[in-house]
Design a protein around this ligand. Structure first.
Ligand code: GDP
Length: 299
């Protein structure tokens, strides 16, 4: 299964530690509980979740004989419970037409790739899809997005480098409405080094789109890279507070042993986790399934 394979770095790190700590069936004591908590923190689950999960173990199992298999099962259940309420569906084809999706996040987080994968999935299901190259700052980003648009057989709207991204977004959405598009996927810039400039630009894009459709964007997906670890929390905070986010995509979970970072991000955010990326392939973007995720993380 792709999810399990994708999360193998995280599960290997965790699995090995669990094996070491719980190799023999023995009563769960304070020392082993502490090792467990430490292990959860090392996997970037965050101190709060780690403490909650450890307390839950203590309440259920303290003084009782536990072995590796039981620990893994209980851990998967606890992580699954932590995440169960933090999941949301992403289904552009069941919404209004055109369904307008804005992709935000810092450069390199996987916005273009995620957008491309979604476009390919939608066109394969027969949808008429427009991709808008709203990062008018980086020529390379526009070219890369064009490759994805061609691959997905989606239509592509772009402007020369340095053009006004909001004007491009406005004209594109207007065209999409006139020409009966099902979905409009709008890429945006992510140069966090000029934070206020970036936030103003994103807010302006949203403002002009609303002139054409007050309910748009129907989704604002924040793309976060799992390999930056707890930095993802800071990014969630900035974009969540300043722009407003309807769902989170966590990418590159295959590229880190600390995939557990999804847990504190999910808990800190007002918006649910909708999709996860576990590889660069087109099938490696998946709907977020908390129980399956939890099982795969534990190994
Ligand atoms: P952007 O700057 O936010 O648009 O980021 P890109 O979409 O260009 O992605 C940056 C790099 O991350 C590219 O090399 C992608 O192939 C890679 N990438 C994106 N998502 C994933 C993922 O889920 N797993 C892995 N391993 N790589 C990914």
């Amino acid at each position: 299964q792709r999810l399990t394979a994708g999360l193998s770095r995280t599960s290997k790190a965790m699995g090995e530690q669990i094996t070491q700590t719980f190799v023999q069936k023995a009563p769960l004591d304070q020392a082993r509980l502490e090792e467990l908590e430490e292990m959860l923190i090392e996997a970037d689950l965050g101190p709060h979740s780690a403490a909650r999960i450890t307390e839950r173990f203590a309440a259920e199992k303290f003084g009782k004989d536990v072995d590796e298999a039981e620990i893994k099962e209980a851990l998967a259940e606890a992580i699954g419970d932590e995440l169960a309420a933090r999941v949301g569906a992403f289904d552009p084809l069941s919404g209004p037409r055109p369904y307008i999706v804005l992709f935000i996040g810092v450069n390199g987080s996987g916005k273009t790739t995620t957008l491309g994968k979604i476009a390919a999935d939608l066109t394969s299901r027969g949808a008429k899809v427009m991709i808008v190259a709203g990062d008018t700052f980086r020529a390379a980003a526009v070219e890369q997005l064009k490759v994805w648009a061609d691959r997905a057989k989606a239509d592509f709207e772009s402007r020369p480098t340095g053009s006004d991204a909001a004007a491009l977004a406005f004209d594109s959405v207007e065209k999409a409405k006139a020409q009966g598009y099902d979905v409009v996927l709008i890429d945006t810039a992510g140069r966090l080094q000029n934070k206020q400039g970036l936030m103003d630009e994103l807010l302006k894009i949203i403002r002009v789109i609303k002139r054409l459709d007050p309910d748009a964007p129907h989704e604002t997906l924040l793309v976060l890279d799992a390999t930056v670890g707890r930095n993802a929390l800071a990014q969630e905070n900035i974009f969540g507070n300043q722009i407003g986010v309807s769902g989170i995509v966590m990418t590159k979970l295959d590229g880190t042993a600390r995939g557990g970072v999804l847990v504190p991000v999910a808990q800190a955010s007002d918006s649910p986790i909708k999709l996860i990326g576990v590889g660069e392939g087109i099938d490696d973007l998946q709907p977020f399934d908390p129980r399956a995720f939890a099982r795969s993380v534990v190994g």
